[in-house]
Ligand binder design. Structure first.
Ligand code: MLT
Length: 329
């Protein structure tokens, strides 16, 4: 019964619309109408999850493969739960336990999973562009769950949904603080917030600012204190040390002293400015515990919203009327 109700709510909002893309690789390719559809369906799935009706069988009989070749806590468990809440069978394949370790190429591993009739492949990989490359090799739709330094589209989408819920205006002044150069989260946020008409600011040391970032409509600041006045949202990020970010700053201690989000810095922003972080959080280094545990901080809300966001994306792609061509024929 729950499934019948939820399906009719979803269909009412969807009105037969499919996403304009067959895979979700980059925010770049999503239209404003795609974004509105994703946010509207996320709202419905969120209500379902919150009212305790976690499970529905909308995707019963479908198979989803989580193919994660890099560490993950939030994204992987949230995609897994999303598939399970929708009634699909979910398989987890990790890089360290896959045939990649025996020398198989990433493309061949993906083809193998595709040959098992997967209905959706969710991929995380340390190499930027890996999802783009794999998308053309497989018939199943694909979602990029983070590729190298490039993009992490679902992270940006769940954050934008959270901002819509929690901040009373649509066009925000948004400040990203820290290691933008190595951050795929930043890659997706910039593309998304440009589309949504935000003013985007970046405060970071010169060595961690992507080249020509001003051409993406980003205002650059070297001193966080100069960037904060007028901000509605402040996003902190971990120094992406697995991508050698530690070599781009003189010392971690100095970087943290200059860019850690502390209560005094928060006071420089707009009164009700919200605090965001993609996680994992390095307490006292990227953000102070008082800020992390304050009412203004939306980190837990973001994690919670990851589930309905990924349910919406999973459902939209698997039930899309637009199908990819079969690369095997
Ligand atoms: C990511 O996968 O990019 C994260 O969620 C952010 C991080 O690792 O710092």
């Amino acid at each position: 019964m729950a499934s019948v109700n939820i399906l009719s709510k979803l269909k009412n909002v969807r009105k037969g619309q499919n996403l304009s893309v067959l895979d979700i690789i980059s925010i770049e390719n999503l239209t404003l109408s795609d974004l509105e559809l994703i946010f509207a369906l996320t709202r419905i799935f969120k209500d379902l999850v919150e009212t305790g009706g976690k499970k529905c069988d909308l995707l019963k009989g479908k198979t989803i493969v989580n193919f994660f070749n890099e560490n993950s806590t939030r994204t992987r468990s949230s995609f897994e739960l999303a598939g399970k809440h929708l009634g699909a069978d979910v398989i987890n394949v990790s890089g360290s336990a896959s045939s990649g370790k025996k020398g198989e190429t990433l493309g061949d591993s993906a083809r193998t999973l595709d040959a098992l009739n997967a209905d959706l492949l969710i991929i995380r990989d340390a190499n930027s562009g890996a999802p783009f490359q794999l998308a053309s090799l497989i018939q199943a739709p694909l979602i990029n769950a983070g590729d190298g330094w490039h993009e992490h589209p679902t992270q940006a989408l769940l954050e934008a949904f959270t901002l819509r819920e929690k901040v009373g205006k649509k066009k925000l002044t948004y400040l990203f603080v820290g290691d933008a150069l190595h951050s795929r989260v930043f890659g997706s946020q910039v593309r998304l917030y440009q589309k949504l008409g935000f003013e985007i600011r970046l405060a970071a040391p010169a060595t961690l600012i992507p080249k020509n970032v001003e051409n993406w409509g980003v205002k650059v600041f070297y001193k966080i204190e100069d960037a904060l006045p007028g901000c509605d949202a402040i996003h902190a990020i971990r120094l992406q040390t697995e991508r050698a970010a530690g070599k781009f700053v003189a010392t971690g201690r100095e970087y943290s002293k200059n860019y850690c989000i502390n209560p005094a810095r928060v006071k420089l922003a707009n009164k009700n400015a919200v605090i965001l972080h993609a996680g994992p959080v390095i307490r006292e280094f990227d953000i102070r515990t008082e800020v992390l545990e304050s009412k203004q901080c939306l980190v837990q809300d973001m994690v919670q919203n990851g589930l309905p966001t990924r349910m919406a994306l999973t459902w939209l792609l698997i039930t899309s009327k637009l199908k990819k061509t079969n690369p095997w024929k």
